[in-house]
Design a protein around this ligand. Structure first.
Ligand SMILES: [Zn+2]
Length: 228
């Protein structure tokens, strides 16, 4: 997870909500949801707010369910925090709980991690909110051998417990996510170049940053590397 700056709201969404005064999320028009979806996509650099796998830009309203690869996530669940249903700072984009890069012709896997694992879980004592905690990346580190994400702070400390809680409720060490992180790291080594973009970040950005794989600008392997 990384900090997400919410200072640039989605104007079309805000205008619509202010005008319509609806109480139900399902009543928001699909074209407004699409605009919001795209705004959140770029705000998050194209990554899932929790696991940081790369998402696809949604371009159509109400697509076939088998094409859905991300959805608008209420960080504080609507079922408990109904007054935050339309609060821009409570809205984000999350993956569908599986490897979202799979082809649409393939049967969809089960939705097993991230928001689909978390559901309505939100312990306000322990939840690390990516739109509120500026140093959220410092709560975690990635093991460069196992590719697991682990709490960074001292075992037993409050910060350790919070990181542990987030890893557990989102199942961030689900075997599929671990496999994807390993594949991502290997891809960077194979390609040799980090494909930089102004708006879109590489998948598992925080991991690549921690493993110092974002500093690469040429098609060479760092001299200190022991990965190949
Ligand atoms: Zn995710």
């Amino acid at each position: 997870m990384r900090y997400i700056d919410k200072s640039q709201c989605c104007k079309e969404f805000e205008d619509y909500i202010n005008k319509k005064k609806t109480s139900y999320w399902k009543n928001v028009k699909s074209n407004i949801k699409l605009t919001l979806h795209q705004h959140l996509y770029y705000e998050q650099g194209g990554l899932c707010i929790y696991c940081q796998q790369q998402l696809l830009l949604k371009t159509h309203k109400e697509p076939d369910p088998k094409n859905i690869r991300s959805h608008i996530e209420h960080i504080r669940p609507r079922s408990v925090y109904s007054h935050l249903t339309f609060d821009y700072c409570n809205l984000s984009l999350a993956c569908e709980g599986f490897d979202c890069s799979i082809p649409i012709t393939q049967e969809l896997p089960k939705k097993e991690f991230c928001e689909h694992r978390k559901a309505n879980e939100y312990d306000k004592e322990y939840f690390l909110n990516p739109v509120e905690i500026k140093d959220i990346e410092n709560y975690f580190f990635y093991d460069d051998f196992s590719f697991e994400i682990l709490p960074k702070h001292e075992k037993g400390s409050e910060k350790f417990k919070k990181a542990e809680y987030m890893i557990k409720i989102l199942d961030l060490n689900h075997w599929e996510l671990v496999r994807m992180r390993k594949r991502c790291e290997q891809d960077v080594y194979k390609k040799g170049v980090y494909d930089k973009h102004d708006k879109i970040l590489p998948p598992f950005y925080s991991m690549l940053f921690q493993l110092r794989l974002l500093e690469r600008t040429t098609n060479t392997i760092p001299a200190s590397s022991t990965h190949i």
